[in-house]
Design a binder for this molecule. Structure first.
Ligand code: ZN
Length: 291
């Protein structure tokens, strides 16, 4: 399958993360990945017209200015007709004023998203709860290890994974909001109420189990969204990417991308997948050497 990775505008470290995404996807032997970098922030976007329809999957590693209306329309046509989209972490900051895009990714943060964009989603007592209360969209706990809890062990993306696994050092997004139509929560992480946070009036965590892996069906197409994968801005040589070197991130992203592109997952769970209380890292996302 062919994947197109779009990047070019973000305060996150896309110069470091995009090569890792390409490597991770091509390791599956399911994808070849092209990368298209758009002009810097503030540039004229009218010439940025990716050939969406030539690809099975569009991956977003970006967080910047709006595309042109024509590119937006082509993107909506692409996914409506059965295309696949995958995005991680900072890409949920994209395009706050574009209603269809908010529906495609389901939940999002920052970019002046008010409460009117839709509810927050929490996992309580075995089901999703929608919170329509006040507050802007998007908050973040600083770098830490987070335990991830699988909430749907039957979905192709999460099938065979341990119920709980420890994700390597990463930011933890919470208080995301969005239309959340046709949204399916696959996994959550707990945000302690005493944890210090930066973007809400209380200054603390939500005390809720918050979605970290979820899917959205849109038209005939599919979107896989993971809030994991923080990579600091900077030059690739001195950028740490523990979040993406985590075998939990690698595995769920590979599977999520296959599902978004095809509706199916054929990949096994690797032997070095993290345990409930132990992280597992692949340096620079290199495959483990054969035994
Ligand atoms: Zn981040």
């Amino acid at each position: 399958m062919k994947a197109l990775l779009l990047n070019g505008q973000s305060h996150h470290g896309w110069l470091a993360s995009s090569p890792l995404v390409k490597k991770i996807l091509e390791q599956t032997c399911l994808f070849s990945v092209d990368i298209k970098t758009r002009p810097p922030k503030g540039s004229d976007m009218s010439g940025f017209r990716p050939e969406f329809e030539a690809y099975d999957l569009i991956v977003l590693d970006d967080g910047g200015d709006p595309w042109s209306d024509a590119t937006n329309a082509a993107f909506v046509d692409y996914i409506s007709a059965g295309g696949g989209v995958a995005l991680f972490h900072h890409s949920c900051q994209l395009f706050h004023q574009w209603q269809e895009f908010n529906e495609i990714m389901g939940l999002a943060g920052w970019g002046k998203r008010p409460a009117s964009v839709g509810p927050r989603l929490y996992w309580r007592d075995g089901e999703v709860v929608r919170d329509t209360g006040p507050g802007d969209a998007g908050d973040c706990l600083d770098l830490r290890e987070n335990q991830i809890i699988v909430r749907d062990p039957a979905h192709p993306i999460t099938k065979g994974l341990p119920e709980k696994w420890l994700h390597a050092t990463d930011e933890l997004y919470f208080n995301l909001r969005g239309p959340a139509k046709n949204l399916h929560v696959l996994a959550t992480a707990y945000v302690e109420p005493q944890a210090e946070a930066h973007y809400n009036d209380s200054g603390f965590g939500s005390g809720e189990h918050e979605p970290v892996l979820f899917t959205v069906d849109y038209g005939k197409g599919r979107c896989f969204n993971t809030t994991l994968g923080h990579v600091e801005g900077g030059t690739p040589a001195d950028t740490r990417a523990d979040s993406m070197e985590c075998v939990g991130f690698i595995t769920t992203f590979q599977r999520g991308c296959e599902w978004a592109a095809s509706g199916n997952v054929t990949q096994d769970v690797p032997a070095d997948f993290p345990a409930e209380d132990a992280i597992s890292i692949r340096e620079k996302c290199e495959l483990p050497s054969a035994a």
